[in-house]
Design a protein around this ligand. Structure first.
Ligand SMILES: [Zn+2]
Ligand SMILES: [Zn+2]
Length: 430
């Protein structure tokens, strides 16, 4: 017996039965994104490793342990390039914006991407996949706080239109290159005497990336985080004004939010507004985003402000299921054609009828092979089709089709079936 294969650990098939959820999320998110003036972009799944190495941060877990990177086949000069399957969506979009000179267009340029696969070699655990799919938005070339509020308002509207309840928006400002360095010194002064008692990761963060001290999940460090100086108290005047405006505009968008003074993003190019959406039911993050005014320069572009978010589709679907929200059902067949006997003539007539109806845009199904009448009628029921269309010798001779309404509450005469002229059938079914 040949070996049976399974999908790789952390990878998942998305079967047709799951599709209604995916279609619901994709359609809703795309509709709202377009409503806000965002246009779809698709970037390649593979990029030069440097694109992510620079933007995801040298020395971070993503770059060191979680990226799917490999050497390409040698080019004609024998040179091998390091390639990476994208771990997140922003870097590719910003790379494309610079490469295509979109900074010359009227700004901002607003993109969304839909169900793009992302790859991270995470430790396998419940609900975490090594391949997952994201819906995301990026707005480049605008630093005005109106766009921060628009971005958050857009995502809030997506969750609301999906029918999700108990969604909470958390926001913070993490300053900029003007005021953050001073705050980081104050944070380090606070942590220095506590460092011996900190977890191993925090001891490294203290030197490499002190802002991420506030991201620590170890129980032993939680009281230290709670008492740490808050960056919101150390913002410079322009950052303060920007954050105040974001909050005012969020009110105008009708987005309820909570201030989250400990919410941070650990990379240098993140500036000012950061946000996170959580479900209050299980107190877990749905997704996060933020402003990244320093990112385009890291990728060799002109200084370009930007803001965006990525939201995992699988995570949203999990939340829909937890909240008992059903996606719209897939349309079932309008008609199911049944052969009353299996002469070659009847089989031809069945296939011709099925083809005609499908060409006329009527969703139609049929039975394959030589099943009995009873077996075919069972298939009709299982298919959920509205009508069974019966074809036999008599129907063929009279150029009619016997139409049986399959609705459970119909009159007896209709249950026996009505004869419809072949030439009037399409109009009848429509
Ligand atoms: Zn720690
Ligand atoms: Zn500032």
């Amino acid at each position: 017996m040949p070996e049976q294969y399974r999908a790789l650990q952390g990878f998942k098939d998305i079967l047709p039965d799951e599709r209604p959820y995916w279609r619901f999320v994709e359609n809703t998110a795309a509709e709202v994104a377009q409503l806000y003036g965002y246009r779809r972009i698709e970037t390649p799944l593979l990029e030069e490793t440097a694109v992510f190495r620079r933007t995801s941060g040298e020395g971070t877990d993503i770059v060191e342990k979680e990226m799917y990177s490999f050497e390409d086949r040698p080019d004609k000069d024998g040179h091998r390039q390091s390639l990476t399957m994208r771990p997140e969506g922003t870097a590719g979009v910003v790379r494309a914006y610079i490469e295509h000179g979109m900074f010359k267009l009227p700004q901002p340029v607003k993109f969304y991407y839909m169900s793009e696969p992302m790859f991270r070699h995470d430790k396998p655990q419940a609900g975490r996949y090594r391949e997952h799919h994201q819906f995301g938005c990026e707005a480049l070339g605008e630093s005005d706080p109106t766009i921060d509020a628009e971005m958050i308002g857009l995502l809030y509207q997506v969750y609301r239109q999906l029918g999700l309840k108990h969604i909470r928006v958390h926001i913070n400002s993490i300053g900029d290159r003007n005021c953050r360095p001073q705050y980081l010194e104050i944070l380090k002064d606070y942590y220095r005497p506590l460092l011996n008692d900190c977890c191993q990761d925090c001891k490294i963060r203290f030197y490499k990336n002190p802002l991420r001290l506030l991201d620590c999940k170890e129980p032993q460090d939680q009281p230290k985080i709670a008492r740490a100086p808050k960056i919101a108290d150390y913002l410079c005047e322009p950052c303060n004004k920007h954050f105040t405006a974001v909050k005012r505009y969020l009110d105008l968008y009708g987005v309820p939010y909570a201030l989250a003074p400990l919410l941070v993003r650990g990379l240098d190019y993140y500036t000012r507004t950061v946000f996170e959406f959580t479900s209050e039911i299980d107190k877990v993050a749905l997704n996060g985003g933020g402003r990244y005014d320093g990112l385009a320069e890291i990728l060799g572009g002109p200084p370009t402000p930007g803001i965006g978010f990525g939201a995992g589709i699988e995570r949203i679907i999990l939340e829909l299921k937890r909240q008992g929200i059903q996606p719209p059902a897939e349309p079932h067949s309008r008609a199911f054609v049944v052969a009353l006997n299996k002469t070659p003539e009847i089989k031809n007539a069945v296939l011709q009828l099925v083809a005609d109806l499908r060409h006329a845009d009527i969703k139609t199904d049929m039975s394959y092979g030589d099943r009995s009448f009873k077996a075919q009628m069972k298939q009709v029921q299982a298919s959920g089709a509205d009508y069974a269309l019966l074809l036999g010798e008599d129907e063929l001779a009279n150029d009619v089709v016997t139409v049986k309404n399959q609705h459970p509450e119909i009159s007896e005469s209709e249950q026996r079936g009505v004869q419809v002229k072949r030439s009037e059938l399409i109009a009848y079914l429509k």
